[in-house]
Design a protein around this ligand. Structure first.
Ligand SMILES: [Zn+2]
Length: 309
């Protein structure tokens, strides 16, 4: 059964789960999934996590809340309805929403409902701080990784997880849900777990949420069955260093014919002078040693590739 079919069998509501149902004093971990409707993995993983918590009933100091991002897109099994929810989470759009302006695209409604959930947490006197994780997957296979906005606290939090961490992408692609949460002063990141339909993506998402419960201090490691198993599962996916920063972007102009050379995937090492792509039949060489990030193999997009170091 595909991830898409699995999620179609679930009853989808904005709130996917809360544990415990009535919050106790402490931090809140807000985990969002399906901000892109064609990425069911995080939703399935969250359901599994809540089932595990309900069954094992570990002691918890705070609360975990799971939410659906683009609820309608998830139900319709499409990436987006009108616009990419993960590009419209900007302070400008928030001002419009707060002023009661009708934005003419569906995702504004989804964003508005997510803002309500965030506000409720912020106003809850029992919630001492808000940590978040936004669960995503990618069209091409990738090692699981964390994408984090610049900012020491988020980066330090991300580095507690045994995955490669790429920071600084918000400079090039603003309007992420994740970016907006960091603008509000909350601490967290985006997790890209692998290909949309890969069964492993669900496992990695599940492992990240469980590790998140421990790394935010909500649950003690010993309270969580199989903590080490989940940790090792993630650790085994990548052998290299963990901290990277985006240092270069290859921009594609409208109308350019861009072709990435075959065989590049996230975090593959590249050398200065290496042939990476062709743009309008002109070779594009790497201007530095580093690792490739988000190589473009689809026909659409304005980012050819990034280099992280
Ligand atoms: Zn996504």
């Amino acid at each position: 059964m595909s991830n898409q079919e699995k999620v179609h069998d679930l009853t989808l509501t904005r709130i996917l789960g809360k544990y415990p149902e009535i919050p106790v004093g402490g931090p809140t971990l807000l985990v969002s999934a399906g901000v892109h409707g064609n990425e069911p993995s995080g939703v399935i993983a969250l359901k599994k996590v809540f089932n595990k918590l309900e069954k094992e009933k570990p002691q918890i100091k705070g609360q975990i809340i799971g939410v659906c991002g683009n609820l309608r897109a998830l139900k319709e099994q499409v990436r987006l309805v009108d616009r990419d929810l993960n590009r419209i989470c900007t302070p400008d759009n928030v001002s419009s929403i707060e002023m009661g302006e009708e934005l003419d695209f569906h995702e504004a409604k989804e964003f508005q409902e997510l803002l309500k959930v965030i506000e409720e947490i912020e106003e809850n006197p029992l919630s001492t701080r808000l940590f978040f994780m936004d669960l995503h997957t990618t069209s091409s296979p990738t090692v699981p990784y964390i994408s984090v906005n610049k900012g020491e606290e988020c980066y330090n939090f991300a580095m507690k997880f045994p995955l490669p961490v790429a920071k600084g992408i918000e400079k090039y692609i603003p309007g992420h849900f994740d970016h907006y949460l960091t603008l509000l002063g909350h601490v967290g990141f985006t997790v890209e777990a692998g290909q949309h339909e890969a069964p492993e993506s669900v496992e990695y998402h599940e492992a990240m949420v469980l590790l998140g419960l421990v790394n935010t201090g909500l649950i003690k490691e010993k309270e969580l069955n199989d903590f080490q198993v989940y940790f090792d599962k993630l650790k085994e996916t990548f052998g290299g260093d963990e901290g990277y920063e985006v240092v270069h972007r290859h921009h594609i102009e409208v109308g350019d014919d861009f072709k990435m050379e075959p065989g590049y995937s996230n975090f593959k090492e590249v050398k200065k002078g290496e042939l990476l792509a062709y743009s309008n039949d002109e070779p594009v060489y790497s201007t530095m040693d580093g690792r490739i990030f988000l190589p473009l193999y689809q026909s659409q997009g304005s980012d050819g590739f990034f280099i992280v170091r």
